[in-house]
Design a protein. Structure first.
Length: 158
């Protein structure tokens, strides 16, 4: 596109600014005669220096599966280990490694949370068809005044 614009009479600098790149970037891209392909996806990258070794990963899984920690989430395991003076990895590393090992689900002996169905709804078409009670207001002595906070007015119960 830039070559076409230059052939049509525009300057390289103006053509580059229209594409929102600097003229130096264009020169770098075309220094060997044609535009080079993007080499970033194929570039070989070194592993991070702080990457956990396979032994450290196994130690994390072994620790999470010990009897003392098998029912706890990583947010409680890491501080418990810190209280004992042990540091293996960060809490987020524990979560990531447990997720990779498919162990990041409900842990422990108690039952997993379950969905509870809503109670049946009743609709009254006339008087005395549906009876209910309000359990949101605590029982009070007759005539006693209670204030339920700034969002509600005082209530007198008889």
């Amino acid at each position: 596109m830039i070559n076409e614009a230059v052939e049509a009479g525009a300057s390289k600098k103006k053509a580059c600014s229209e594409l929102e790149i600097s003229s130096r970037t264009y020169r770098r891209w075309t220094q060997y005669g044609s535009v080079k392909a993007d080499g970033r996806p194929d570039a070989e990258r070194q592993a991070p220096a702080n990457k956990l070794t396979p032994e450290e990963r196994q130690q994390i899984l072994k620790t999470c599966n010990e009897a003392a920690y098998q029912s706890l989430p990583p947010s409680q395991i890491v501080p418990a280990l810190a209280d004992e003076g042990i540091y293996i990895a960060s809490e987020s590393s524990f979560y990531r490694i447990m997720k990779e090992a498919d162990q990041l689900h409900h842990r422990g002996k108690d039952q997993a949370p379950r969905k509870v169905a809503k109670p049946a709804a009743y609709k009254a078409a006339g008087p005395n068809e549906v009876w209910s009670w309000d359990i949101s207001v605590p029982q009070q002595a007759a005539g006693e005044m209670r204030d339920y906070g700034p969002s509600s007015s005082a209530c007198r119960c008889w």
